[in-house]
Structures are given as C-alpha cells and as structure tokens.
Design a binder for this molecule. Structure first.
Ligand code: 5RP
Length: 223
C-alpha cells in the first residue's frame, strides 16, 4: 500500500518532465516541493536557477547546488512548480498550509505555467474542507477575524507562527466555497488582509497527481 509520501514522490518525479532546461523556474514550498527538488537534482536536468518562495526551499536548493535568483532579477518565469492543500477540478487551489502563501502567489503570478504537484487526497470536488489561510497585519487581526465570521467562517489564529514578511495567519474553518474567485477577491478587500490562500485568480495550468498506479496529468485546455 503506497503511503501519502510515496504518492507525493510519484507526483514530484513526474513534474520534472515539465521543467524546461537552461531556464529559471519558480519553486514553491512544502513537503511535495521538497520531493520535487530532490527529484530534479537526481534527474541531472540542468536549470539556470530558481526563484524560491521560502527559507526552507532556499536551504534545499542550496543543498543540491541549484542557484537561486531573486524574482526582481528576472522578467518572468516559464514555469512555477508548487504543491497545494486542496485542488478542485478546475485546478483552483487552497494553499498556505506551510504559511508561504504570499510569496507563492507572487511567484505564481509571474509565471506562465503553474504546475501543481499533489497526492490524490488533495484532489477535491469542492474547496473548503482544508481551513483557508489568511495572512493579516497583526494589529488588524481581530478586525479581520470579525469580517471573516460574517462570511460564515470560523477564524483561528495560527499560534506561534509569523510569516516571512512579519505577519500573522488566521486559518478559517468551515467556509462554504461555492465561488472561489469571488471569495478570494472579497477576502483580499478586507482592510488588514495581506493575502489569502485561495488560488482562483491564479489556478494551476497542470495538475500532476500522485496515485497508487502512477502519476496522472490533468490539464484544463491546451498549454
Ligand atoms: C505552503 C503550501 C504548500 O504547497 C501546501 O501546504 C502543501 O504542502 P505539502 O506539499 O507539504 O502537503 O501552500 O504554503
């Protein structure tokens, strides 16, 4: 019986096929991404370097001697590879379980193609079982939380966690997410919200799903 980690490795391995040689790429954050970095290094495929979205990713890139470049030093990126906490059938996602959603959304927005890598447990028909991470300016946390309550969610401060930009994260449980695009915009308009983990404006272009029988590649439209 394959474990969840095995399925993450299956997806990560397959994602190496989507990496263009001799280019800079964007790389997300999380355990599936860690598998991807290891698979990329083991593949011998050469890239110019990567834009990282977190300290943890940067450390792993350094371990495998993959050069890092800042987003501000490239015009754009052909590909962004990242995991997700949930991904629906139109490849919209909830992300931010690892707390790197702000950098992830910025780098995803600068990339032509988002390749999402996930084990099959993350593939859902409706987003929202996974609590939605919302990054907030600390002194606005209570104000934002009251607005999130009005939207039907149950906000919970992620205790003892500060983002790379010095903000807090409120995880919102129990949201009914029928219209991810609208909700993403609605939450981002609340004063004090820095970003939220709905990736509906920036969905994945390709989902590489790790399944027991092997990797399944799902894409919406042509690339
Ligand atoms: C980090 C993320 C991750 O992509 C998400 O949490 C999935 O992580 P993992 O691959 O460890 O399951 O959004 O902010």
């Amino acid at each position: 019986m394959a474990t969840q980690d095995d399925l993450k490795r299956i997806a990560a391995q397959k994602a190496v096929d989507f990496v263009p040689e001799n280019e800079y790429i964007g790389i997300g954050t999380g355990s599936t991404v860690n598998c991807f970095i290891e698979a990329l290094a083991a593949s011998g495929k050469r890239i110019k370097g990567a834009v990282s979205t977190s300290q943890a990713t940067s450390e792993l890139l350094a371990k495998f001697e993959i050069p890092e470049i800042r987003l501000s030093d490239v015009l754009g990126l052909p590909v962004y590879i990242d995991g997700a906490d949930e991904v629906n059938h139109t490849l919209q996602m909830i992300k931010g379980g690892g707390g790197a959603l702000l950098a992830e959304k910025i780098v995803a927005s600068a990339s032509e193609r988002f390749i999402c890598i996930a084990d099959e447990s993350k593939y859902v028909s409706r987003l929202g079982k996974f609590p939605l991470p919302v990054e907030v300016i600390p002194h606005a946390r209570s104000l934002v939380s009251r607005q999130l309550l009005k939207l039907g969610g149950e906000p919970e401060l992620r205790i003892g966690f500060t983002t790379a930009s010095g903000h807090e994260i409120v995880d919102v449980h129990g949201l009914t997410i029928n219209e991810p695009l609208t909700l993403e915009d609605t939450i981002n308009k609340i004063p004090g919200v820095v970003e939220n983990g709905l990736f509906a404006r920036h969905p994945a272009h390709v989902l590489v799903l790790g399944k027991t029988g092997g990797a399944e590649v799902i894409q919406i439209g042509s690339l």
